[in-house]
Design a protein around this ligand. Structure first.
Ligand code: SAM
Length: 240
């Protein structure tokens, strides 16, 4: 069984099933798409990027409801397999493309997107490099819709693992919590054998990391919750 990546330890078939289910959930609950569009009211969206895209369902409001060109990137070999099929079922002439790439080295020119979405993929990346790439590929005034795993997510995971006597789940949660605490305290994300590479983020940590990139948190989306907050982040129009 080939594992799709280092942190997301599931088989290719399980991955396809997972991203298909995420797509279906999104299509069945149109509120999320409407909320993304409402958060971007006034912004002309011609090019949208989904980083760590899975099936790329977050592109639907821009590609299907708007007429933007959408690009989904993900690090797994299966990138685009499910997404291409589902987009063509939804809209024959959908202008969408999938590229296998790491968030830490996006193969796009500076300032090429009006919107970038990154939903629950940041925890698995080298955060500083990934955030810097997100800032780079957005045009001045562009918006990043970012959903993260807060420390509360892993505390809940540890708690439910303990209740279910699931040692693997508890150990995983504790490793990520250790990694996140070290990241918060030292400003450097540890990626060691002990901690692994996955980490949580907090509002404070994000603010600290975004400011030097010319980005700031503008608001939170309605689906924000303590475990997985969702942010509307704007790139400054200043070019210094
Ligand atoms: C929890 S899933 C979320 C998928 C999708 N955004 C969604 O909401 O359905 C995390 C995704 O991040 C991808 N990922 C992990 N590390 C990555 C990296 N370094 N660069 C790009 N994508 C990455 C995984 O392959 C996976 O598809």
């Amino acid at each position: 069984m080939s594992k799709v990546d280092r942190f997301f330890k599931i088989s290719a078939t399980e991955y396809d099933n997972y991203v298909r289910a995420e797509w279906q959930q999104y299509v069945d609950h149109p509120a999320r798409a409407n909320e993304s569009l409402a958060a971007l009211e006034g912004l002309v969206v011609e090019r949208a990027l989904d980083i760590g895209c899975g099936s790329g369902q977050e592109l639907i409001p821009f590609v299907v409801k708007g007429s933007a060109f959408g690009v989904g990137v993900d690090v797994v070999p299966e990138t685009g397999r499910v997404g291409r099929e589902l987009f063509s079922e939804l809209l024959d002439e959908a202008r969408v493309s999938f590229v296998r790439s790491a968030a830490e080295a996006l193969p796009f020119q500076t300032g090429s997107f009006d919107v970038a979405v990154c939903r629950l993929a940041l925890p698995y990346t080298e955060n500083d490099r990934a955030l810097s790439e997100m800032a780079r590929v957005l045009r001045p005034g562009g918006v990043l819709l970012l959903k993260i795993h807060h420390a509360a997510y892993y505390l809940r995971k540890a708690e439910s693992g303990l209740r279910a006597a699931d040692a693997r789940s508890v150990i995983h949660a504790l490793r990520v919590l250790t990694s996140g605490v070290l990241y918060y305290a030292t400003n450097r994300q540890p990626r060691t054998r002990l901690t692994g590479g996955e980490t949580f983020q907090t509002r404070g940590l994000l603010r600290r990391k975004l400011a030097p990139l010319g980005m700031s948190i503008e608001s939170e989306l309605p689906d924000s919750n303590p475990a997985t907050p969702s942010f509307v982040i704007r790139k400054s129009t200043r070019r210094d």
